[in-house]
Design a protein around this ligand. Sequence first.
Ligand SMILES: Nc1nc2c(ncn2[C@@H]2O[C@H](COP(=O)(O)OP(=O)(O)OP(=O)(O)O)[C@@H](O)[C@H]2O)c(=O)[nH]1
Ligand SMILES: [Mg+2]
Length: 455
Amino acid sequence: MKFENTVAALSTPYGRGAIAMIRMTGADAVRIASAVFRAKSGKTLHEIPSAHAVYGEFIYDGGVIDDGIVTVYRAPKSYTGEDMAELCCHGGMLVSSLVLRSLIDAGAAYAEGGEFTKRAFINGKLRLTSAEAIMDIIDAESVGALKLAGGANRGLLSDEAESIYNELKHLIASAYAYIDYPDEDMTDVSVTELKDHISALLSRAQTLKNSYKTGSAVCEGVRTVICGRPNVGKSSLLNMLTGEQTAIVTEIPGTTRDVVTGSILCGQVRLKLADTAGIRDTSDTVEEIGVAKAKQALEKAQLVLAVFDGGASPDKEEKELIDELKKLNIPVIAVINKTDLGGGDAYDGIFEHTVRICAKSGEGKEKITELAEKLFTGGKIDYDKPHLINGRQYAQVCRFIDCCSSALASLESGQTQDVACFDLEEALSAIAGLDGEEVRDDIVNEIFSKFCVGK
Ligand SMILES: Nc1nc2c(ncn2[C@@H]2O[C@H](COP(=O)(O)OP(=O)(O)OP(=O)(O)O)[C@@H](O)[C@H]2O)c(=O)[nH]1
Ligand SMILES: [Mg+2]
């Protein structure tokens, strides 16, 4: 895809600051920048070598409105692979919008969100995983998220995906021993060898798939549901963890009805918390809706903080809830609350992970945050290993694993190599898609639409 127009956007936040930067990309970038900027040296921007900055004045409506620096980059040696200009003026809201306005008046169009990075991807300057990582660097709220996104941006994930892709391509060529992949140095491969190769690729893909547990927890956050019987202290726990009095706490059972949300960092892992209505049978219409919402939240949860009143013991309804939680197949931390009142033994050993807290005094917060971080990182994150950091990447790897598994199953059941190769071709397309090959336009557009304007 070749982009016809030249687009511009404010790349620094809109607001008052020391400096603002307006970026422009496209074939006319240097010409349009020249129309609004006069270098002090008297040279035109066309005379400035690529990646060089020049000092001068910005012109709006025939008059000078500011002075600053313009840097020009020439295709293909630029971020987008096109001609680019970066105009730095003083960081006032009026001056930066007038510089942008004058570029638009001179022929540039407003850039859409993520358009610079999208152009970089389409022009082959960036792999898709690197482009996604750039967005995660901008959105990062923890050092861990920065490091994981930084690794993807440097190509850790790209390199692994490419290596798996190349090995599989070679394997398919050898298996077919036909003309489909003439570039490959082909030798016939036996069924046993083929199975061994597929198994080895599957194990690498499985390692990638497993990395998403940490990658997602650090970069996307963990959907964490606080649930339990009425009055056990769920809302008190939410308030204790976030350090804010967001949820209403009263001694009346059935206080919370809506889902109340909050967010905390546990080391490098972000928990996206949802406090829910106490689960019980009720004839109160509003509370009943709250209980239904709580159950819906549990269906999408990745971690449950199951709160129990240490002074009580499980009754029939609570036992049913415990059974339901055990079926979820996600980590559950039993949070035994109200330790100031003693007791709690009735809940010991029900779940693999148990912590005792006193939400009222705030005691036990670290026990929960440390355990949550450990559950999702294994205690230590290896930043030098590739990690999947979003659901799209995860889905591609799952598709790859399904296709390779299906190929393996065909061979196990005595089918011919051709049949297995059909699945392997699908797997090849899945791993190619991880890094941006054969990705549909609408998916590309959706990815870049999440970017901010000017990036
Ligand atoms: N003694 C003691 N009381 C607590 C503790 N935590 C919460 N409570 C009290 O327990 C009562 C219920 O607390 P909430 O946090 O509203 O309980 P909840 O589980 O959100 O209740 P619902 O929203 O009604 O389901 C309040 O009176 C709290 O002050 C604790 O650690 N010790
Ligand atoms: Mg509550």
